[in-house]
Write a protein that binds this ligand. Structure first.
Ligand code: WT7
Length: 643
C-alpha cells in the first residue's frame, strides 16, 4: 500500500502547504472565464514582429490563434537571448553515448542555427517547404529544427528508430524533398546505419531530391552523386547570419507523425503562434524554471516530448539543459545518475517505463551517486503506477522533490494536466496528474457525453480550444474531424480513460482506443497488423496489448496462416522480425500466436476484447457478455486453436 498522504505532504515545502489552492484556482478560473484575455496576456511574454488582430477565431473544429500576429520561433529560442547576458549562458550540455561531450552557449547556438538556415536556403528550401529530419540525438537535430523555423520551412522529425519503410511513409506523406540524416547514430555501443536506411527509403520514395549527411559516427557511407551532400561541405560556404522570417502566427511550425486507430500514422500539424505561446507558459507553470536551473528531459527529439520539452519550451526560456545521445543502461545502469551528478541537474523529466526499469535493478545504483542537485522531477508518456512514483520520489528525489506527472499528447502540443509548482505547489497524490492547467477545460464523460460522477471512469475530453492544440492532420482534414471532433460535437476527444476522485484530482487510466503505449511510445494495433499481413505466410492478423510490468503495454500478435504455410517456431520468429523490420524495434511483438480463426462479430469486426483476454491469459469463461457479438462457441474455438 502506498502512503499517499505522506508523499503529498513531503513533496511540499511546509510554508506553502495551503488548501484550498488559492492562486492556482484564481488563475484557472480567470483563464476559462475569459480565455482570450488570458491568452493575450500570456502571448505578450513572447516577442512579436506584429501583435495579433484577434486572439482566437474559433470555427469548430478549427481554431486560429493570434490571427494577424507575426513572430518567429527560432527568434524566440535564440536571437532573444543573444541580445542579453544569456549570450554566454550554456544552452546545451550534450553528452554522447561514447563519452564525447559538447557545450553550446546561446551565442554558439545562434551562430549554428544561422549557418544551418543558410545551408537550407542555398539548397533552395523556401517558406512552407517540408524538410524531413532523420537524426540521432545530437545537437544538429535541434539546430536543424530551429534553422527550418527560422526560414519558415516546416520540419518533420522522424524518430531515428524507425525503419526505411516507416521513414518513407512519413516523407511521402509530406512530400519533403530534403532529408537530413547522419552517417550513423550510437545506441548501446552499436552504430545504427541511418544514412544506409535513408538510402533504402530514397529508393522507394520519389519525393526525395537531396540528402544532407551529418558526420557523427565516421562510418563509411555511400554518397550518391548529385543527391547526397555532406553537411561540413555545405557549412563551409554558409553565411553566418540569416534574417528570421516574420511568420504569420498561423504558419505551420512542424508536422509530427503519431499513431492512430488505422494503419496510417497521422501527421499532426502545429502552428507557430499558438504552439509557442502555450508551451512557453506551460513550461513555466509545470517546471517552475529558474535562470539557474539545469534541466534534463530524457525523451528523444523524435517524439513530441522532445519537440516541446527539449527544443521549443526550454530554449524559449533561455534554459540550460542536458541532452544525452544514447541508451539509459550504457555502459551500465547508472549512466543517467552519473550524468545528473556531473552536470548538477536540478529538473529531471522522464518516463514511467524508465523508472520501472531502474526499480528493477534496485536502488543501489542511484544511491551510489550524489543526486542532491535535483529539485523537481517529472513523468510523462503513460500512467505512472503509485509504486514507481514512490520509488522515484524516494530514491531519485530523496523525498525532497515534488513530482510533476504531466498528461498530454502529440496533438495537444504541450502539457494539459499536471501539478503546477510554477504557479503554486499542489499537494500530490502518487499516480494522479492532479489538475488541468490554466486555459484547459477538461471533463470526463460517458459515451453519451454526460459528465460521469466522482470516482467513475469515463472518456477524457477538452471542452474548449487551447493555443497548443493541433491545427490539422496533414493533408487529411476529414481525419482531423473524425478522430478528434466528431465523437463529442464541439469538444476535443483525447482517446483516454480517466476518473476524478473526491478531491477533484484527475487520474489518467490509459487509452480507450486501439492505440498501445509501449515504453511510452504510441503504436496502433492496426499498424502492427498491416505490417504482419505483409509477410508472405500471413493471411490475417490481429494485435492486442498485454500489460507489461516495465513497458506498460506489450504486443501480442495473433495470425492465421495462408494455405500451405507450416506452423513452426521459426515462422513465429520470422513474422516477429518482419514486423520489426517494417516499422522499427519499438513495434516488435512480444509473442506471436497461430490461431485457426480470429474471433469476429457478426459484422466481421475482430473482437479485440476476446483477444486481449487471451493475451492476458484469461479463459473464455471470463467473458460474460459476448453472446450478442458472436457465438460463444466461436470464441471457445479461437481459444482452443491457439498455439
Ligand atoms: C498518450 C499520448 C505526452 C507526450 C508523450 C506522449 C498517454 C501521456 C500521460 C500521463 C497517463 C499519459 C495517454 C496519451 N499519456 N502522458 N502523464 N499519464 N497517460 O505523447 O505519444 O502522443 O501519447 O500518452 O494515453 O493519450 P503521445
Amino acid at each position: 500500500m502506498v502512503d499517499v498522504k505522506r508523499a503529498g505532504e513531503h513533496a511540499l515545502p511546509t510554508e506553502t502547504r495551503i488548501w484550498p489552492l488559492k492562486r492556482f484556482t484564481e488563475i484557472h478560473k480567470r483563464s476559462v472565464e475569459d480565455p482570450e484575455r488570458f491568452w493575450a496576456e500570456e502571448a505578450r511574454k513572447l516577442d512579436w514582429y506584429k501583435t495579433w488582430d484577434r486572439v482566437l477565431e474559433w470555427d469548430p473544429p478549427y481554431a486560429r490563434w493570434f490571427v494577424g500576429g507575426k513572430l518567429n520561433a527560432s527568434y524566440q529560442c535564440v536571437d532573444r537571448h543573444v541580445k542579453t547576458w544569456r549570450r554566454s549562458k550554456v544552452a546545451i550540455y550534450w553528452e554522447g553515448e561514447n563519452g564525447e561531450t559538447r557545450v553550446l552557449s546561446y551565442s554558439t547556438l545562434f551562430y549554428e542555427v544561422n549557418r544551418f538556415a543558410s545551408v537550407l536556403l542555398r539548397l533552395g528550401v523556401r517558406q512552407g517547404d517540408r524538410v524531413a529530419l532523420y537524426l540521432p540525438m545530437i545537437p544538429e537535430l535541434p539546430i536543424f529544427m530551429l534553422a527550418c523555423a527560422r526560414i519558415g520551412a516546416v520540419h518533420t522529425v522522424i524518430f531515428s528508430g524507425f525503419s526505411a519503410k516507416a521513414l518513407c511513409d512519413r516523407v511521402d506523406d509530406t512530400q519533403a524533398r530534403v532529408v537530413i540524416t547522419a552517417d550513423g547514430g550510437y545506441r548501446r555501443g552499436k552504430v545504427i546505419p541511418l544514412k544506409h536506411i535513408a538510402d533504402e527509403a530514397a529508393d522507394i520514395c520519389p519525393s526525395i531530391e537531396k540528402i544532407i549527411v551529418v558526420k557523427r559516427s565516421g562510418e563509411p557511407v555511400s554518397m550518391k552523386e548529385g543527391r547526397d551532400l555532406w553537411l561540413p561541405d555545405l557549412l563551409a560556404e554558409a553565411e553566418s547570419y540569416v534574417k528570421p522570417e516574420p511568420l504569420e502566427a498561423t504558419h505551420p511550425l512542424y508536422v509530427l507523425y503519431t499513431s492512430g486507430t488505422t494503419g496510417k500514422p497521422k501527421g499532426i500539424v502545429h502552428n507557430t503562434g499558438g504552439y509557442m505561446v502555450f508551451n512557453h507558459s506551460a513550461y513555466e507553470w509545470v517546471f517552475d524554471i529558474k535562470e539557474e536551473s539545469i534541466y534534463w528531459c530524457t525523451a528523444d527529439v523524435g517524439w513530441v516530448t522532445g519537440h516541446s520539452q527539449i527544443v521549443y519550451a526550454p530554449l524559449s526560456h533561455g534554459a540550460a539543459m542536458v541532452i544525452y545521445e544514447g541508451a539509459l543502461d550504457y555502459p551500465q545502469i547508472d549512466r543517467w545518475w552519473e550524468i545528473v551528478e556531473r552536470y548538477g541537474v536540478s529538473i529531471f523529466y522522464t518516463s514511467p517505463t524508465a523508472i520501472r526499469m531502474f526499480m528493477r535493478h534496485g536502488e543501489g545504483w542511484p544511491l551510489r551517486h550524489d543526486l542532491s542537485s535535483l529539485e523537481l522531477l517529472g513523468s510523462v508518456g503513460e500512467p505512472i503506477n503509485p509504486e514507481a512514483w514512490m520509488w522515484y520520489y524516494k530514491y531519485i528525489g530523496g523525498e525532497r522533490c515534488p513530482i510533476v506527472d504531466t498528461w498530454w499528447q502529440t496533438e495537444t502540443g504541450g502539457v494539459m494536466i499536471s501539478p503546477t509548482p510554477g504557479i503554486e505547489p499542489i499537494p500530490l497524490k502518487p499516480g494522479s496528474a492532479t489538475f488541468p492547467l490554466p486555459g484547459v477545460d477538461a471533463a470526463i464523460v460517458d459515451t453519451d457525453g454526460r459528465e460521469v460522477r466522482t470516482g467513475e471512469t469515463g472518456l477524457l475530453i477538452i471542452r474548449n480550444p487551447w493555443p497548443g492544440m493541433l491545427a490539422d492532420v496533414y493533408g487529411d482534414p476529414q481525419r482531423y474531424r473524425e478522430s478528434y471532433w466528431s465523437r463529442f460535437p464541439g469538444a476535443y476527444y483525447t482517446g483516454d480513460l480517466a476518473l476524478r476522485d473526491q478531491d477533484g484530482y484527475f487520474w489518467l487510466l490509459g487509452r480507450a482506443d486501439e492505440v498501445l503505449k509501449i515504453a511510452g511510445h504510441r503504436i496502433g494495433t492496426a499498424e502492427v497488423e498491416d505490417a504482419a499481413v505483409s509477410h508472405p505466410a500471413v493471411s490475417e492478423a490481429a494485435a492486442a496489448g498485454r500489460p507489461d510490468p516495465v513497458k506498460g503495454d506489450g504486443i501480442v500478435l495473433f495470425v492465421t496462416l495462408r494455405e500451405g504455410a507450416q506452423r513452426s517456431p521459426e515462422l513465429k520468429r520470422d513474422i516477429c522480425r518482419h514486423v520489426r523490420d517494417t516499422i522499427g524495434p519499438i513495434a516488435t511483438p512480444d509473442e506471436v500466436h497461430f490461431i485457426d480463426l480470429l474471433p469476429k462479430t457478426r459484422s466481421g469486426k475482430i473482437m479485440r476484447r476476446v483477444l486481449k483476454a487471451i493475451a492476458a491469459g484469461q479463459s473464455p469463461g471470463d467473458l460474460t457478455t459476448i453472446e450478442d457479438e458472436a457465438s460463444i462457441d466461436e470464441v471457445k474455438r479461437a481459444f482452443a486453436s491457439i498455439r
